[in-house]
Write a protein that binds this ligand. Structure first.
Ligand code: B12
Length: 211
């Protein structure tokens, strides 16, 4: 097996202990950082996405895979950035105001990074104005909003309205998610997309920037 498929296996198995060493070894052996990303990490994460969707992998395992991917990306990212490799797109991500749940949002962020996006994670309890400021500063392709409480879902609506008021709504796609959020709620507040899980969120984001 090649070192790149060993790296894929580390992602699939959530092998945080070995992936950094293998990533460094692959670079030392002359593989380009982009090659390690495209032929090592991405196929691993694609596999995880498929298995998660099929119900064969569960949240803790996906988190571990995403963490393994993140450890490798710590080594690759500075090289990719320095070599000018364009990320697929940029996403400003946050859990909305009043809401402190961030496990799902973090998972979405990791899957987006896995799909090649630069993720500006604003954290949790993020006010609409902070999203507006981040859109002005980072000019992302997509804004991702997470909410886990029926009481905080409304803050998604306020955030979209704040983007409209700032004249920024047409510049970004807004995708929403979190356990209480539904497609019909997303439609009602004028979001561009909704997905029920992190793998589908990354797929949707990719569609937003490629179509
Ligand atoms: C962990 C947890 C907490 C932790 C949060 C820790 C953390 N760092 O996140 C703590 C203990 C802090 C907490 C606090 C509270 N919680 Co709580 N919490 C949960 C719990 C058990 C799990 C949530 C979770 O992480 N799920 C796993 C993740 C992976 O799933 P997920 O978030 O849905 O994300 C997935 C998708 O929704 C989607 N997704 C998520 N975000 C996004 C964003 C985008 C853009 C997209 C496309 C997709 C997407 O992808 C993710 C991955 O597949 C749920 C119960 C449950 N089983 O859901 C209750 C729950 C959400 N909490 C609840 C409540 C009531 C509270 C409290 C009010 C309790 C209290 N009285 O203090 C506080 C509120 C604090 C606050 N202001 O936010 C209720 C909400 C009820 C409701 N209908 O509003 C729940 C449902 C429990 C219950 N049955 O009553 N909680």
């Amino acid at each position: 097996m090649s070192i790149l498929s060993d790296i894929s296996t580390c992602v699939i198995e959530g092998n945080i202990d070995d992936i950094k060493g293998l990533t460094q070894q692959a670079l030392d052996e002359g593989h380009e950082a982009k090659e390690v990303l495209d032929q090592g990490l991405m196929p691993g994460m694609d596999h995880v996405g498929v298995e998660f969707k099929a119900g064969n992998m569960f949240v803790p395992e996906v988190l571990r895979s995403a963490k393994a991917m993140g450890s490798s990306m710590e080594i690759l990212k500075p090289i990719l950035v320095a070599s000018g490799v364009k990320m697929v797109g940029t996403v400003v991500l946050g859990t909305v105001k009043g809401d402190l749940h961030d496990i799902g949002k973090n998972l979405v962020g990791m899957m987006l990074e896995g799909a090649g996006f630069e993720v500006i994670d604003l954290g949790k309890d993020v006010a609409p104005d902070a999203i507006v400021d981040a859109v002005k500063e980072h000019e992302p392709d997509i804004v991702g909003l997470s909410a886990l409480l029926t009481t905080t879902m409304r803050a998604m609506d306020s955030t979209i309205k704040a983007l409209e008021e700032a004249g920024l709504r047409d510049q970004v796609k807004v995708m929403v998610g979190g356990a209480p959020v539904t497609q019909s709620f997303a439609d009602q507040i004028g979001a561009d997309g909704y997905s029920s899980n992190a793998a589908a969120a990354a797929e949707m984001a990719t569609k937003f920037v490629t179509t």
